[in-house]
Design a binder for this molecule. Structure first.
Ligand SMILES: C[S@@+](CC[C@H](N)C(=O)[O-])C[C@H]1O[C@@H](n2cnc3c(N)ncnc32)[C@H](O)[C@@H]1O
Length: 305
């Protein structure tokens, strides 16, 4: 069992690694106003291997009489405990995706006439700001976040308030015209989306809407579980990305297979990071697929309603 301390009132933007206890040792000293100590355990039933989106941890703290379970994909709960997301995914499960995807983007941008600091990035599925933080670290000056849940925005405000120029809580599959125009006016020339495609998170339609908000040309940097790029993929991303490439809408400049993180059972989970350029808008018909067109399944809004 590992210990992790949740510190309320510590200076945001510096939360990673601060106040986290490993076997009673604090990794860095930090002043806290009020602290709650949590103990975190992974289920140890080795007979039942959990699917990636079924993974959870068991938390004990003084605020609850009983240990309670938190599913990793229950982002509302995860973000509501300061530092828990960083602890689970980065400390325990060695996630490296924000850094891997952003570095791949940096490498490609360096080979182009674009100066990375001049990117205006829309970070889709921004969560509590790990990707935004990485982009700022690389020198990007304008980073905007968007996520579907309020708790993500609250976590950014609490933990990394200086990262994003603006942070929107919105569902891109249900945008009002005024919101669409507001976002278009930002003239985003880059979109990042990390650890957020598939698994009932960002559906193809939201990805497509985000893509079409960008200027042409624009940079796109994302990652996706390798299974979702295989022929058996049911999320629709494999088909969408292939069609975008075939239609000359998206030009892939770099792709990299890498270990995104470990599962709670210690197995490597492989993802593909992809960086490329937007060359054209996704045609409107792809969004309006009707039963009579072959594009019906291309851009679907997923199961979040
Ligand atoms: C695993 S987190 C990744 C967060 C961040 N990109 C990172 O790498 O740390 C996935 C995020 O996608 C968000 N998300 C899920 N569905 C979404 C949608 N339709 N539109 C925008 N964000 C969504 C979730 O709320 C969650 O914050």
């Amino acid at each position: 069992m590992e210990m992790f301390e949740d510190k309320k009132g510590i200076s945001p933007g510096r939360i990673i690694g601060l106040g986290i206890f490993f076997g009673g040792q604090i990794t860095k000293k930090e002043v806290s106003v009020q602290s709650i100590k949590h103990s975190i355990q992974f289920p140890d039933d080795k007979t039942q291997e959990l699917s990636q989106d079924g993974e959870y941890c068991i938390i004990e703290d003084k605020a609850h009489n009983q240990p309670y379970e938190v599913r990793f994909h229950d982002y509302e709960k995860v973000y509501s405990i300061p530092g828990l997301y960083e602890y689970l995914f980065y400390e325990r499960l060695k996630c490296c995706s924000p850094e891997t995807v952003c570095r791949l983007l940096e490498d490609q941008v360096k080979e182009s006439p674009t100066d990375i600091k001049n990117l205006a990035v829309l970070d889709l599925g921004a969560g509590n700001g790990m990707v935004g933080q990485q982009l700022r670290h690389l020198g990007v000056e304008a980073v905007y976040g968007i996520d579907i849940i309020e708790e993500a925005a609250k976590a950014v405000e609490r933990d990394r308030p200086d990262i994003y120029e603006d942070y929107y809580v919105a569902d891109l599959t249900r945008m009002s015209n005024s919101f669409r125009e507001k976002l278009k006016a930002k003239e985003f020339n880059c979109m990042t989306t990390v650890a957020a495609l598939g698994f009932g998170d960002i559906p193809t339609k939201a990805f497509g809407e985000g893509f079409n908000l960008l200027t042409t040309p624009a940079w796109i940097a994302f990652n996706i579980k390798e299974d979702f790029l295989s022929d058996e993929d049911l999320t629709g991303f494999c088909l969408l990305i292939r069609r975008m490439i075939d239609a000359g809408i998206f030009d892939v400049s770099s792709r990299k297979r890498y270990q995104h993180r470990l599962s709670i059972h210690g197995k490597p989970l492989y993802y593909i990071a992809i960086v490329g350029e937007k060359k054209a808008q996704i045609p409107q018909e792809w969004f309006n697929g009707s039963a009579t067109t072959k594009d019906t399944s291309i851009l679907t809004s997923g199961d979040r309603s």
